[in-house]
Write a protein that binds this ligand. Structure first.
Ligand SMILES: C=Cc1c(C(=O)O)[nH]c(=O)[nH]c1=O
Length: 308
């Protein structure tokens, strides 16, 4: 049995990645990822042109069935992450980038186009926690405009990180936009935006920014993540890979994401709960499921979810 997967031409021995934002902000965290067994590839924290401190604490809160975060895009800045990915990589690495405006996104990607970096990049169109900023990918026309401008000059591997959609017409609309561009992949889903948790004892919210509204992750978002992986796989050109993110806590969840069409699967909240050893457990559980079902490789069942 092998868990081999393909990351834009690089063969990985595991389809598992970290969800951008989790344990990938500092050099130490990135080096930890580089040495984590059964982590097939790694993704950096989304980088902005300038370094950001992010939102005030508390900004991450662990829930029994997941997590809520309002980090506010804290990161060491695009130059730091570009230097990091230009180094000799121990493990295939996706550079995640974000911007607070379309203009900033263009500036950053023009610099990246002119740089020596030839690896994969993921444009985050879905951060839900920037005070006063919408999640760009909920505006289909704006997304089309940004991608049209980006691909007028960007020729290196580029994918996008999407927010969850909750309406079949929205799946149709975003897929119609994305299918116009030579994207390497979509990564779906980002956290479910603007959830709210109440501390009953204190009678108050649990995160500080935006009055306690924050992005949801973990077990509670698994059905939404599976739906978005399935819906986008059904609608996107085969040339656009699907990275499934959201709600993974077990080998069964990884299996489900792949059955829905995911080429690779990211894990976020469960890393915060269990630590980086979660990747060994997930790989072991996935192999046991495959052995039990008689599958030799991920391709044997990828995208083969049956309808009734
Ligand atoms: C890049 C900002 C994001 C953040 C954040 O830094 O607040 N949290 C998320 O759940 N998803 C994001 O995309």
């Amino acid at each position: 049995i092998d868990l081999n997967a393909d990351l834009f031409g690089q063969i990985l021995t595991s389809p598992l990645l970290n969800a951008s934002g989790v344990h990938c902000q500092t050099k130490e965290e990135l080096n930890d990822l580089a040495h984590t067994s059964n982590l097939g590839a790694m993704v950096t924290k989304s980088a902005t042109l300038q370094a950001r401190a992010g939102n005030p604490n508390p900004r991450y809160y662990d829930l029994k069935n997941g997590s809520i975060n309002s980090m506010g895009l804290p990161n060491l800045g695009y130059d730091f992450y570009l230097d990091y990915v230009l180094q000799e990589q121990t493990k295939p690495t996706i550079l995640s980038v974000a911007a607070l405006s379309a203009a900033d996104a263009i500036t950053l990607l023009k610099d990246l186009q002119a740089s020596d970096y030839q690896g994969p990049t993921e444009l985050n169109l879905s951060c839900p926690n920037i005070v006063g900023e919408p999640q760009l990918a909920y505006d289909f026309e704006a997304t089309d405009r940004v991608l049209k401008e980006v691909f007028s000059f960007y020729t290196k591997p580029l994918g996008v990180k999407l927010p969850p959609y909750f309406d079949l017409v929205h799946f149709d609309k975003i897929a119609a936009v994305l299918n116009k561009y030579p994207l390497t992949h979509v990564n779906t889903i980002n956290s479910v935006g603007n959830g709210l948790w109440v501390d009953i004892e204190q009678e108050q919210v649990v995160t500080k920014a935006k009055g306690g509204f924050g992005g949801l992750g973990g077990t509670m978002v698994l059905p939404t993540a599976l739906a978005n992986v399935r819906a986008l796989r059904q609608r996107l050109h085969d040339s656009i890979k699907v990275l499934g993110t959201g709600g993974v806590t077990s080998g069964e969840d990884v299996f489900a994401h792949i059955l829905c069409g995911a080429d690779l699967v990211s894990v976020g909240t469960q890393v915060m709960k269990e630590g980086l050893s979660v990747y060994d457990r997930l790989a072991e559980e996935l192999q046991a499921i495959m052995a039990h079902k008689g599958y030799q490789s991920l391709a044997d069942f990828r995208g083969k979810l049956k309808e009734l």
